[in-house]
Structure formats: C-alpha cells, structure tokens
Design a protein around this ligand. Structure first.
Ligand SMILES: [Fe+2]
Ligand SMILES: [Fe+2]
Length: 306
C-alpha cells in the first residue's frame, strides 16, 4: 500500500474538521417521545438469523416481530460492549503519541466522545424496545478486560473494523428499509454518519500498523484476526434472544448456523471489510486463508482469488 495513503496525522486533521461540521446528538435528534409502531420490524427482516428457516415459518407474525426486536436488542447490547472496548483502545493512544495536542490525540478524544453518545443512544433504544440489555457472560467479561493489554498493532485496528464495518453494513440496509421502526432508522442515520469517519481512521491506522509490522509478528497477527473473524458472526446475536419466542438458545443457535441464508448474510456483513483486509496483506498464508474459508464470510470474488 502506498505510504501516501497511510498518513494518519493528515487523516486525523481532516476527520476533526468533519466532526465539527456534522455534529448530531442521539439525545436531541431522535424523537424519543414518539410511540413505537407495533407492526414495524426492528432490523431488516431477511437478515434475522432464523429468517427463511422452518422454525421461522412456524412462528406467528407477532412472534417474528418479537424475535426481530430481541435480535436488535442483542446487537445493541453487543454494540455497547464493543464501543466501550474501542474507547479504551482510543484512550490508550495518549501513551503512543509524543504530543498530547497532536491531531491523532485530538481526533481520538473526539471519537471517544462520539462512541460514548452512541452507547447512550443504544441504551435508550433498548429501553424503548422494552427488553433487558444482555451483558456479556462471565468468562467473556474476563477476556474483554484483557483487551486492554493488546498492543497497538494490526490486531487491535482489525478488531475495530470488525465491529464497525459489520454494524455499518447492517445499518445502511436497515436505514433505507421502510419496514423498520422510525426510531431505529434515525438512530442508524446518526450512527452511520459518525462511524464513516471512525472506519476511515481505523483503516488508515490498520494500513500503517501492517506496514510497520515485522514479518513474524504480521504472520501471528494475520492468524489472530482470522480466528476473530471465524468467531464473530456465530456470536454476534446473543442466543438468549430466541427465548423471547420460546425457542431454546442452543436450538435457535444451531438452526441459525445451518440456515441456508447464513453464508449470504455473513458475506454481506463482512465483504467490503475483508476485501480491505486482503488489500493491506492480512489475508495470506495457508492457515489464515483456511480459517477465512471456514468462516463462510468471504465474498465469492475474494474466495476464488485466495
Ligand atoms: Fe459507534
Ligand atoms: Fe466507532
């Protein structure tokens, strides 16, 4: 990748100007007093994990909407945890820059501010859905605490993109879907606008981190990123969501994994991100490419290429 495209300072300066120009606030710019429409979905229906399966077809219309709402709450709960992890990582930037007033530092702080507002907005939306947020299970919480020790290298920026780009794909589609709740669509509009900056920044940081990485370290990073890609789609929706319509979490999860639509949904969510990972040199080597093939997330063109 051309070093001209990985000037992180210039990117941070440009994004800081954009932040000042387009400030939106989920507290103010969403009509929280408007009632929920009981006939509208909470996410694009065909992206639901059970959509199109016999289990889905056996549900009444009301149950299908309830499950969709529970899956939206699961994504939002995941979003809160993930965003706070990203904030912890951004806050650590201060120990990596020589000057605390450098554009990278200022931009990182403005991104922390945005993520904090996003998590507040997600929390309000979960309350509007009248379902409890699901916090991560005990062992996962332990792992999340350890994330603070992951060094600032390709892995940390790839994780950032895995969170932000997957949500971005799902949101762009749902935002344009008139069958989705107005509150959800407006929340997504705000989130997409701000996340576009975050994605640009994390992509620039990832390219720089890869360029700086030694070959052995890069090989380790490549495998670790692939392992996370394998794990992310099957764990994106907390299986406790299935209990909202009387389906056991284990059975719901198994049916979702074997759904004929799984690969289509996974490639839709991960496609552009994986194309970028490939462009910067993260999808290479036998073990890494095998893991990606196993993940069922590769878009067909990329699968044919590796
Ligand atoms: Fe966010
Ligand atoms: Fe973000």
């Amino acid at each position: 990748m051309d070093t001209m495209t990985i000037d992180v300072t210039a990117t941070a300066e440009r994004l800081l100007r954009s932040t000042a120009d387009t400030l939106l606030d989920g507290d103010i710019d969403i009509d929280w007093d408007a009632p929920v429409d009981p006939d509208k979905a909470w996410l694009t229906e065909r992206r639901g994990t059970l959509y199109g399966t016999r289990l889905w077809e056996r549900l009444s219309r009301e149950e299908q909407l309830t499950l969709g709402r529970a899956e939206a709450v699961a994504v939002l709960s995941y979003g809160i945890v993930a965003e706070q992890q990203l904030c912890m990582n951004l806050l650590r930037t201060m120990y990596a820059v020589p000057d605390w007033t450098a554009p990278e530092m200022l931009y990182s702080m403005s991104e922390v501010g945005e993520e904090a507002r996003h998590s507040t907005m997600f929390g309000r939306l979960i309350n509007k859905a009248e379902m409890p947020a699901w916090s991560a299970a005990g062992p996962v919480n332990m792992l999340l605490r350890l994330m603070g020790f992951v060094p600032h290298g390709p892995l940390i920026y790839a994780i950032t993109l895995i969170v932000e780009e997957i949500l971005d794909r799902v949101q762009r589609e749902a935002c344009a879907d008139e069958n989705v709740q107005p509150h959800v669509r407006q929340m997504m509009r705000i989130h997409i606008l701000e996340e576009a900056r975050h994605i640009t920044y994390a992509r620039t940081e990832l390219a720089r981190a890869v360029a700086r990485c030694g070959s052995l370290s890069l090989a380790v990073n490549r495998v670790l990123v692939a392992v996370i890609v394998v794990a992310v789609m099957p764990t994106l929706i907390d299986p406790r969501a299935y209990q909202s319509v009387g389906i056991s979490p284990t059975w719901g999860w198994i049916v979702a994994q074997f759904s004929r639509r799984y690969r289509e949904n996974a490639t839709f969510a991960c496609g552009p991100m994986l194309t970028y990972f490939h462009d910067v040199g993260l999808i290479r080597g036998r073990l890494t490419t095998r893991l990606y093939k196993l993940s069922r997330t590769l878009p067909p063109e990329l699968r044919a290429q590796i």
